[in-house]
Design a protein around this ligand. Structure first.
Ligand SMILES: Cc1ncc(COP(=O)(O)O)c(C=O)c1O
Length: 911
């Protein structure tokens, strides 16, 4: 293994490597200092490494200018061992974060007693250990020689009464402010003083690459307001304050100033500013429901309602179930209640702290309304579908979406028009639905005169395997064909993306906010009209499919819904989720929405789940940026380690973007995160332009090349190494990183992969037939893969009034056909009858949803005509869990005579 001394640490401008590269840089510095001190290295290497870090270290409060200067002085004095000692101490304080409580960490000399306020920061002390800590970026045009004094002024404002403690970080230019905002995850607020230059005082190429990733900045434009707008786009959760000596009334009145929390006049307001900063953080820290629940749990309450476990007396007094009480602790029971009064609120009709908590979540996630739901995203999908669609409405639906959408269509009586994702046959998985396919479906409906019936486009973003849509482009182009379409984006896996500036524009709410801004821009109408003139009076379908369509901003009704399994990517308890709404016509469906909530939500929602949603929101608003960055860095580190390890890479590999997303959907030419030429700027281009990109946190590890099928490998990881994962395919497993992962997790995984690879190596070295058997198994898993079956069509009995060019159907009719036992039959999969009927008819028509796990999408829906590909796929399928299919009974089919009766009725009805 390489050591930090002989490898270069990850560069800070390498894609997504920002905050995570910093500890590496410090560890590297320690090793260089130690090498110099022990005689195996030299001072030059240390000096170069320290100089390289200098520009970006200014963006963090610790170790700060004083300690960096001390470090530099020790090196200049040629004192290798003192340099090594100080590097070690700083690095330890940084990694353990002890500098937040320990004033000694800010001293250059370990045993120094001196506390000089202009050098030493915080009167942080042990008492602050429980006070949350953050940093505030101060952007100023004052000369760098004044910065230390400036920071001291800020520190003098601290009071023991303050709920939080913070350290100022001073920078002097637009570029530095931008880079600090990207690289310092501890920032919670930014104070921008008017009058600073654009260029950084450092000529650091590292900074240039980062700034290239900034949003449409113009080098000449350096007003505080401009900076505020750019920073808000990068990290919308930050509170921004503007300080000006000039016409602040004018600034405050500028509509662009809505990104700023408060505008202050000059510096005499410092204490006000300090209090505003604390108040701003408090506004994110507050968790109305959770705070109240904690108070509730402390009160002596007599309960005469159901739910005996509330207060825990039946548990703690019992000889038989006391261990449950001991396991969970008393708080869980004290915090349980089935009451909705007494300071608690009703999830079904919130008017108090749940309502407030939901409003705060709406702010945090960029939505207009948020519904907390406690039965998983499965429930919120059904709620949204039921609320927004009625019988006979047509919805364009990704056939591979989660089963809850399909069941939602059954409940609503809507007619799904299934569209197919691009297949990734070699890995037995699907990608996402190409925009061209969606546009074609809409154009077909238009040609059939049925476009008015199309109400919704329903897609999964990102998919289980990590395909992310260009949500903005999909919505804009679809709205160009039908301006009032509703979009339901299932972002079960993607809730965290709000807190990454790279991923946010690709979330439903991120894109909806961007589209909303575009709609308001007067230039948009001109852009639309120009395109209309270019397209001419009656453009052909081909032209429309090949053009990036611009909607008519005057006609668009922006109606966007996003469901988000908060529990899958944030700190919410299992089943806790949020449903986001940004719909200009929400008032017209609000009553329906509440009905849908009443239909699906339990009347006994779990208080802890609701509280955890409130807390998850707090966490993401205050530290989500750093946590998400960390999850991405963990994923990139795993990708890198697997690719570079000589033994692991013999048998395993993780699919890069180029393998997961076909080239035609990567217009920017972006290939992969591991490509040495990728950086923030190339990633930004890819995320802006490409039809699909890959969520870096979702890693498809191909194990077929190690002769394991997905299910088998998942079992080995779980049973032998305590590594759990969920999704598998025929020849791969899906690894996911999230905000919970650490570098130790990476180390564990890599060690396990090394061990498994070594075992394979040893086995193969045994000779005999082992190699042949191994190769045969690899071949079977990697090349002998079943074709993925597309959705065929609904049988005529279930097509209702579908057009000739479109394949929507009456899924509800198909679903209820299964209730008529006499109208159904079973045929076993292996039975030759199946093959005979496939060849000679009559049609085999599924009476059920048949959903294999994995992959988890329905390969048959009720009323669907079964084709040869579907049967081949099922016969080759090596998974045990197939919902809707009982191997002993066989496939449940609607009988031919029952179909004939239905077809007759359907035909009469249409006639
Ligand atoms: C895309 C998608 N949507 C919805 C769900 C259901 O979410 P939940 O498990 O929260 O009910 C899942 C579950 O895996 C999913 O993959």
């Amino acid at each position: 293994m390489s050591t930090a001394a002989n490898r270069h640490p990850v560069r800070i401008d390498r894609l997504f490597a920002g905050a995570g590269a910093r500890p590496d840089q410090w560890r590297n510095l320690v090793e260089l200092a130690q090498a110099w001190s022990s005689g195996s290295g030299n001072r030059d290497k240390f000096d170069v490494a320290l100089a390289e870090m200098a520009a970006t270290e200014e963006f963090h409060a610790y170790p700060g200018l004083a300690l960096i200067t001390a470090l530099r002085d020790r090196a200049a004095a040629n004192d290798a061992s003192a340099t090594a000692a100080l590097s070690r101490r700083i690095t330890r304080a940084l990694l353990t974060r002890s500098f937040r409580q320990n004033p000694g960490d800010w001293e250059a000399d370990e045993d120094s007693e001196a506390v000089t306020t202009d050098v030493l920061p915080p009167a942080l002390g042990r008492a602050d250990a429980r006070r949350p800590y953050f940093e505030v970026l101060i952007v100023t045009g004052a000369p760098a020689t004044r910065w230390r004094a400036l920071a001291s002024e800020w520190r003098r404002l601290r009071r023991p009464l303050d709920a939080f403690v913070y350290e100022p970080v001073v920078v002097g230019s637009f570029e530095d402010a931008f880079c600090a905002t990207l690289l310092n995850p501890d920032l919670a607020a930014v104070v921008i003083h008017e009058g600073f230059p654009f260029r950084s005082r450092h000529d650091a190429p590292v900074l240039r690459t980062l700034v290239e990733g900034a949003d449409q900045h113009e080098p000449g434009e350096v007003s505080a307001l401009r900076l505020a707008q750019v920073l808000k786009r990068v990290r919308p959760e930050l509170d921004l304050y503007l300080v000006s000596n000039g016409a602040i009334e004018e600034i405050a009145g500028d509509p662009k100033a809505n990104v700023v929390r408060r505008v202050f006049y000059a510096v005499e307001e410092l204490l006000e500013l300090h209090l505003s900063i604390l108040e701003g953080v408090q506004a994110r820290y507050d968790t109305p429901f959770f705070d109240n629940l904690k108070k509730y749990a402390q009160r002596p309450i007599g309960t005469f309602h159901a739910l005996p476990i509330a207060r825990g007396k039946s548990i703690f007094k019992s000889d038989w179930i006391r261990d449950m009480g001991e396991f969970y602790g008393p708080t869980l029971f004290l915090a349980e209640s089935s009451a909705t009064t007494g300071g608690l609120d009703s999830l079904l009709e919130p008017t108090g702290n749940i309502k407030k908590a939901q409003e705060m979540a709406a702010r945090a996630f960029g939505a207009e309304h948020v519904f907390f739901v406690t039965n998983g995203t499965s429930t919120s999908n059904k709620m949204a579908v039921q609320a927004l669609l009625g019988p006979g409405d047509i919805a364009i639906v990704d056939r591979n979406c989660h089963k809850s959408h399909h069941y939602g269509m059954v409940l609503a009586g809507a007619q799904p028009l299934y569209v197919e994702a691009f297949p990734m046959t070699e890995y037995s998985m699907y990608g996402a639905v190409p925009l061209r396919t969606i546009k074609q479906a809409l154009l077909n409906l238009k040609a059939e005169g049925r476009l008015h019936r199309a109400k919704m486009v329903d897609l999964t973003n990102c998919t289980f395997d990590g395909h992310i849509y260009n949500t903005r482009r999909v919505m804009e182009e679809c709205l160009a064909i039908k301006p009032d379409l509703i979009f339901l984006w299932d972002e079960a896996w993607f809730g965290f993306a709000r807190f990454s500036p790279f991923l946010r524009p690709r979330t439903a709410m991120g894109a909806a906010n961007d589209i909303e801004a575009w709609l308001r821009d007067p230039k948009s109408v001109a852009a639309y009209e120009k395109q209309q003139a270019d397209l001419g009076a009656a453009p052909s379908d081909d032209v429309l499919l090949n053009t990036r369509l611009i909607p008519d901003p005057r006609k668009v009704k922006l109606r966007v819904y996003q469901t988000n399994s908060t529990h899958k990517s944030m700190s919410a308890l299992r089943q806790g989720l949020m449903l986001f709404v940004k719909d200009v016509d929400f008032h017209s469906v609000e009553a329906q929405f509440h009905e849908a909530v009443f239909t699906h939500a339990s009347t006994s929602p779990n208080q802890q789940l609701i509280a955890s949603l409130d807390v998850a929101r707090r966490q993401m608003e205050l530290e989500g940026y750093g946590l998400v960055h960390n999850a991405i860095e963990v994923a990139l580190a795993i990708r890198q380690a697997v690719a570079e390890h000589p033994l692991i890479s013999k048998y395993f590999h993780i699919l890069g973007t180029d393998k997961m997303v076909p080239a035609k959907y990567r217009e920017s030419g972006f290939t992969d995160y591991l490509d040495p030429s990728s950086n923030w700027a190339t990633a930004r281009r890819s995320l802006q332009e490409d039809e699909f990109c890959l969520d870096p946190t979702r890693m498809t590890l191909v194990c077929g090349t190690a002769a394991f099928d997905g299910t088998q490998f998942k079992g080995i990881l779980a049973n032998r190494y305590n590594i759990q994962l969920n999704k598998t395919s025929r020849n791969s497993v899906l690894l996911q990183s999230n905000i919970n992962n650490t570098r130790s997790d990476i180390a564990h995984l890599i060690r396990v992969l090394v061990e498994i690879s070594s075992e394979i190596d040893r086995r193969l070295a045994q000779g005999g037939n082992v190699r042949q058997e191994f190769d045969a198994r690899v071949k079977s898993l990697m090349t002998d893969v079943p074709d993925l079956p597309n959705f065929s069509h609904f049988h005529d009995a279930f097509r209702k009034d579908a057009g000739n060019r479109t394949n929507e159907g009456d899924i509800r009719g198909g679903f209820y056909a299964a209730y008529d036992a006499a109208g159904c039959e079973y045929i076993r999969l292996a039975d030759a009858e199946i093959d005979r009927r496939l060849k000679d008819g009559p049609d085999l028509v599924s009476a059920n949803f048949v959903i294999p796990y994995p992959p988890g999408f329905p390969i048959m829906v009720p009323g669907q005509v079964i084709t040869q590909e579907t049967i081949d796929f099922m016969r080759k399928l090596d998974v045990k869990e197939i919902h809707g299919y009982d191997a002993t009974e066989g496939l449940k089919l609607v009988r031919t005579d029952a179909l004939a009766k239905r077809t007759e009725v359907a035909t009469k009805r249409v006639a």
